[in-house]
Write a protein that binds this ligand. Structure first.
Ligand SMILES: Cc1cc2nc3c(=O)[nH]c(=O)nc-3n(C[C@H](O)[C@H](O)[C@H](O)COP(=O)(O)OP(=O)(O)OC[C@H]3O[C@@H](n4cnc5c(N)ncnc54)[C@H](O)[C@@H]3O)c2cc1C
Length: 388
């Protein structure tokens, strides 16, 4: 095979996780190829859109620990590329004070000494205007949190990868993976070989994994990304220091509701429900369920009086959920040189730089920088379908 088709590592899928994996490989002087089925940039997966929330507020310590280094890696990329990717806003976490979920957020923040501000029902409206705090709810602000400019971040990391000598081939769908000491990857255009392969195919992960005899318990859901128009200009604006928010549960729902201050579209706030309905990634828009929008409408009408309780714009994105909502970061159980990054469960963007570093380490057979036991495939045991 000609040497321009042979690589140290091939990364399949140029979403945020694959792009950062390829970038770390190139930084380590590895010859890396990043393959993408669609023409870049595209809006068919999970990494598109202008913004994502970045935060250290988590229910579990291991995510908060990973975010410490991750913030540094984001800032390193900003410096390398001379581009602003992060804007600090703070994240207001609200939820029933006595609930386990809210308490876990609070404990993790406080135990890890993350800068926070606790708001009480008495002083809440002095700090946060136009939001009705539910009776019995606690409120804590993760001061370190903010917004990531997602589309810009994806382009930046892909550009940096190419500047380091990495190769991106878009509009090349991977159609076959032949495991072995050297892995052979066929696409709609060419055949390539590499010492290792990283699969970061987002909602299409199981479509590729089936070629390696593995099926993970992943569920793909469609998310309605809703933008809500403000009634009084400026009232929920980033420029007026309105924070991002996360409501752990409410009268309307058991799942999180989260929002970002108006920024990307003038005078519109992005507020979404952290759940959706199952979909097929190739026929995403055939899923027409709007029950998530109904939940948001009821919540907004009750607690965000400065917004029109009818979405002005609805865009679409997909989550790939695991049963426990934790990621999959592991080697294939039968082929150690096939690495899997999947199931980011609607909260993986902020971790892109650190996930890229970890998947790169796994693909090179190195000991990963973090304890990856929460992310191992063996935790699914009963739910794995394997033909091996
Ligand atoms: C509405 C919404 C809001 C979110 N908010 C946040 C947030 O605030 N904070 C946060 O941290 N995270 C958030 N997330 C989650 C985060 O965006 C995802 O976890 C992350 O983007 C997943 O990236 P990925 O690279 O795994 O998948 P993707 O971005 O889907 O990338 C996978 C890529 O693989 C390609 N591919 C698939 N099959 C093949 C093939 N056979 N050949 C070649 N290429 C292939 C696909 O085309 C795709 O480009 C949100 C997600 C959504 C949808």
């Amino acid at each position: 095979m000609s040497s321009n088709r042979v690589f140290d590592c091939i990364v399949i899928g140029a979403g945020v996780q694959g792009s950062f994996t390829a970038y770390h490989l190139a930084k380590g002087n590895k010859k890396a190829l990043l393959l993408e089925q669609f023409v870049l940039p595209h809006s068919r997966g999970s990494s598109h859109g202008q913004t994502r929330i970045i935060r250290k507020a988590y229910e579990q310590d291991f995510y908060t620990h990973m975010m410490e280094e991750c913030y540094e890696l984001w800032s390193q990329l900003e410096k390398e590329a001379g581009v602003e990717l992060y804007r600090k806003t703070g994240l207001l976490v609200m939820g029933p004070e006595k609930s386990e979920n809210y308490q876990q957020f609070k404990t993790t923040l406080q135990k890890n000494k993350i800068p926070t501000v606790i708001l009480t029902p008495d002083n809440f409206s002095k700090h946060i205007s136009n939001v009705q705090l539910n009776e019995g709810d606690g409120a804590i602000v993760d001061v370190t949190a903010g917004i990531l400019y997602a589309d810009r971040a994806l382009k930046t990391v892909q550009d940096q990868f190419q500047m380091l000598g990495g190769i991106i081939r878009d509009k090349e769908m991977v159609t076959d993976i032949k495991p072995g000491p050297i892995v052979t990857v066929s696409t709609t255009a060419h055949v390539y070989q590499a010492k290792s392969v990283v699969i970061t195919a987002g909602p299409w992960a199981n479509r590729l994994l089936i070629q390696t005899g593995l099926q993970l318990p992943l569920q793909v859901i469609k998310i309605n990304v809703c933008y809500w128009k403000v009634k009084v200009p400026g009232s929920y604006d980033l420029k007026n220091h309105f924070p991002c928010f996360l409501l752990t549960e409410s009268e309307e729902s058991k799942e999180h509701i989260y929002g970002l201050p108006s920024n990307e579209y003038p005078e519109m706030m992005k507020i979404c429900y952290h759940m959706g309905s199952e979909t097929d990634p190739d026929n995403r828009d055939q899923q027409k369920d709007r029950s998530d929008i109904d939940i948001l409408q009821r919540y907004i009408a009750r607690c965000l009086p400065g917004l029109h309780p009818e979405p002005a714009v609805v865009e679409t994105c997909m989550y790939t959920l695991t049963p426990d909502r934790h990621f999959v970061l592991d080697c294939h159980p039968a082929y150690r040189n096939i690495v899997i990054g999947a199931g980011f469960s609607g909260h993986g963007f902020k971790f892109g730089p650190i996930i890229g570093k970890l998947l790169c380490e796994l693909s090179l057979g190195k000991v990963p920088s973090y304890d990856l036991s929460p992310f191992q495939i063996k935790r699914f045991q009963a739910n794995i379908k394997s033909s091996l």
